[in-house]
Write a protein of this length. Structure first.
Length: 120
């Protein structure tokens, strides 16, 4: 996963667990795409201080994901929902064929739905 996308996801899921100051700095890096120097100048601190805060936030957010695995669950659910959508499209495309495929698709859709419910 591209680093900025990963940082955005981590922040979306766990950002509220950071301090207000950490959130402000991290948002400027991830969402506003400001440089360390620009943020340091705005905050009146050194570039190294900003760098340290960002690294610390990365470690904190990664730690939350390692423990809670909310993003991994989210990605798993998204994949299963995509599969359900694909199966539903196949059902629609096949019309009214009487070859038993509908039954197989129905079973698979039910199984995927149950897995999703268990994960939530």
């Amino acid at each position: 996963m591209e680093k900025i996308v990963e940082q955005g996801l981590l922040y979306d899921f766990y950002g509220e667990l950071l301090t207000k100051h950490q959130r402000q700095i991290y948002e400027r890096i991830v969402y506003d795409n400001l440089s360390l120097g620009e943020i340091a100048q705005e905050e009146g601190v050194s570039r190294q201080a900003v760098h340290d805060i960002v690294r610390r936030c990365d470690r904190i957010l990664q730690g939350y994901e390692e423990k809670l695995k909310l993003i991994a669950r989210f990605e798993s659910i998204k994949g299963k929902i995509a599969c359900i959508s694909q199966l539903a499209e196949q059902l629609e495309a096949e019309g009214t064929a009487d070859d038993g495929q509908y039954r197989l698709y129905g079973v698979k859709i039910r199984e995927l739905s149950q897995e999703i419910l268990q994960e939530l």
